[in-house]
Design a protein around this ligand. Structure first.
Ligand code: GDP
Ligand code: MG
Length: 370
């Protein structure tokens, strides 16, 4: 059911709506600006105006977006992207804060404020690690369902004084479903009631066999409060990353995923984007979900203006035409026309889907009433 409103058709041809309405009338079709006409009718009108018809399809979108194939010699190592998961109150936020405060990539002492929902740290060995703040469990699954696989490694935080709890199990299931390797951080090891071996044996029941139990899942005892074990945890992450041999091609058009997005009163739509492949540059034209834009400005995790962002780098992007959703995939394209066209196509597909879903419920409701 491909269709387009008269207004949108006029817009895309850069013709006046009144002229399009008139042309339709001459073909015996009465339609106003907000009414939809089918694709065949639209095609006739487009030809009448002397424009070329290009129907966008899923495969066209893929052609525009995946026009670069990364060859082996273009691939460079990239930092791992890490998500922290675990039961409520087991110390996810505290651990992220402790790591950020100890290791954030910054020359400035103290006063590091949370700027965007992701940050990078450098280990003592010089390895860069990218941590995502936001994805809780719900965000993790909704992002995956929108097509974005952003995480390379999951840190499963389990409090040593509480052991495995329902959301611990949920997190294990998410990581397994996404086929993302886990590292177990046994937190609150400073607590007198801490019983790390209870955590290890509990995990066995969920088929997570840690190294201390002769398995291959790394486990590290940590305290987000005292800082004990933090370096060891970062080393474990760096080791896991090495095993994964994570690579990307910084030389290609950027592809990324939206970590969070909102409409800012002063700055318009703002999105935190994790670059996953290629390099995102100021001035780049992109499509992101049903939105498109041109990178007007970018800020890194410390609120500093940057002109470009490579693989695994999180940046805040300004210059969007609308607010995308977390999990939307961003792709840089060559022209504004392509960006507009793909965004409009996706919007239409989404509308059709909603309409179909709406029709289905109505039918179900009718059946239920009958
Ligand atoms: P989250 O819900 O998983 O994000 O957990 P939080 O980071 O908010 O921590 C929950 C509570 O546990 C807070 O009161 C923290 O101060 C405390 N906490 C977190 N990590 C530790 C730790 O390593 N040791 C101790 N003693 N308390 C901790
Ligand atoms: Mg928290």
């Amino acid at each position: 059911p491909e269709a387009i409103t008269v207004g949108e058709l006029a817009n895309r041809m850069a013709e006046r709506v009144a002229d399009v309405v008139k042309a339709l009338m001459q073909s015996g079709i009465m339609a106003t600006q907000n009414q939809s006409i089918d694709a065949d009718t639209a095609e006739l009108i487009i030809e009448e105006f002397g424009h070329r018809v290009t129907r966008v399809s899923d495969s066209d979108v893929e052609d525009v977006i995946d026009s670069v194939d990364d060859s082996e010699e273009d691939l460079m190592p990239r930092p791992p992207v890490i998500t922290v998961m675990g039961h409520v109150d087991h110390g996810k936020t505290s651990l992220l804060d402790a790591i950020r405060n100890a290791k954030v990539v910054s020359g400035e002492a103290g006063g590091i404020t949370q700027h965007i929902g992701a940050y990078q740290v450098k280990t003592d060995d010089g390895a860069l690690l990218t941590f995502l703040d936001t994805p809780g469990h719900a965000a993790f699954t909704s992002m995956r369902s929108r097509g974005a696989q952003v995480t390379d490694i999951v840190i499963l935080v389990v409090a040593a004084d509480d052991a495995v709890m329902p959301q611990t199990i949920e997190a294990i299931n998410h990581a397994k479903a996404a086929e993302v390797p886990m590292i177990v951080a046994i937190n609150k090891i400073d607590r007198p009631e801490a019983n790390p071996d209870k955590v290890r044996t509990d995990l066995l029941q969920h088929e997570v066999i840690v190294e201390k139990m002769s398995g291959d899942v790394q486990d590290v005892e940590v305290s987000a409060i005292t800082g004990q074990g933090l370096d060891e945890l970062l080393e474990a992450i760096a080791l896991q990353a090495e095993i994964l041999e994570l690579k990307a091609n910084p030389g290609r058009a950027a592809q990324g995923a939206v970590i969070e997005a909102q409409l800012d009163v002063g700055r318009g739509p703002v999105a935190t984007v994790l670059v996953q492949n290629g390099t995102l540059r100021q001035g780049d034209i992109f499509v992101v979900g049903e939105q498109w834009g041109r990178v007007r400005a970018m800020e890194n995790d410390q609120g500093k203006r940057v002109k470009e962002a490579g693989p695994s780098v999180p940046v805040e992007v300004l210059g969007l035409n609308g607010t995308p959703e977390a999990g939307d995939v961003l792709n840089v394209v060559d022209t504004e026309a392509q960006a507009r066209e793909i965004a409009a196509y996706r919007e239409q597909v989404a509308k059709d889907k909603r309409a179909a879903a709406g029709a289905a419920t109505t039918l179900e409701q009718l059946m239920a009433k009958a």
